[in-house]
Design a protein around this ligand. Structure first.
Ligand code: GAR
Length: 190
């Protein structure tokens, strides 16, 4: 069973879907957050999951990431799953965890990297939207795509109604891709 850390900044609905699917393939060894007040973190604590919470504010990003890295190692984490973690990881942290960090992004990459993905998809007149799970590299939302799910964009969709439809797809896609990723264990090769 691969020990996975889930990093959240907010509500943590993807974290909950990952936790619900934990079992033979992977277990949630740590839930970590850069936002000590994140709702997802409170839920993780209630579940009795190990948590790490620290704000970079005041101490700066290098000190924050050093503490995060120490907590991940202390917890025996092998793979990091970003789930609504709204902060860029430094090149240094990405290098230390090369090939072991994955992220879910609410667009069909390589389209709409970054923020406001749903508003941009609607404004472009796209017929489909969706989500992608990808390997995290130094390039924002730019690493190898591991899996995607599509949903239709309906007439009258707003960014919020589309986000809801995409989020349901995220909750199905992420546990499936994480389970496959840990079974394949490609990070062990390099
Ligand atoms: C999800 O839609 C996720 O794809 C997105 O934030 C939301 C988090 O929701 N992530 C990003 O935009 C990453 N740049 P959740 O906290 O309920 O999982």
């Amino acid at each position: 069973t691969v020990r996975v850390a889930v990093l959240v900044s907010g509500r943590g609905s993807n974290m909950r879907s990952l936790a619900a699917a934990a079992g033979d393939a992977y277990e949630i060894a740590l839930v970590a957050s850069d936002k000590p007040e994140a709702a997802g973190l409170a839920w993780a604590r209630e579940q009795g999951l190990a948590t790490f919470a620290l704000s970079p504010r005041g101490i700066g990003k290098p000190a924050y990431e050093a503490a995060l890295d120490a907590a991940l190692r202390e917890a025996g984490v092998e793979v990091i799953a970003l789930a609504g973690y709204m902060r860029l990881l430094s090149d240094d942290l990405v290098t230390r965890w090369r090939g072991r960090i994955i992220n879910i992004h609410p667009s069909l990459l390589p389209k709409y990297k970054g923020l406001d993905t749903h508003a941009r998809a609607i404004a472009a007149g796209d017929a489909v939207a969706g989500c992608s799970v990808h390997v995290v590299t130094e390039e924002l939302d730019g690493g190898a795509v591991l899996g995607q799910a599509e949903v239709p964009i309906e007439p009258g969709d707003t960014p919020d109604t589309l986000a809801e439809r995409v989020l349901s797809a995220e909750h199905r896609l992420y546990p499936e891709v994480l389970a496959r990723f840990v079974r394949e264990g490609t990070w062990r090769e390099g």
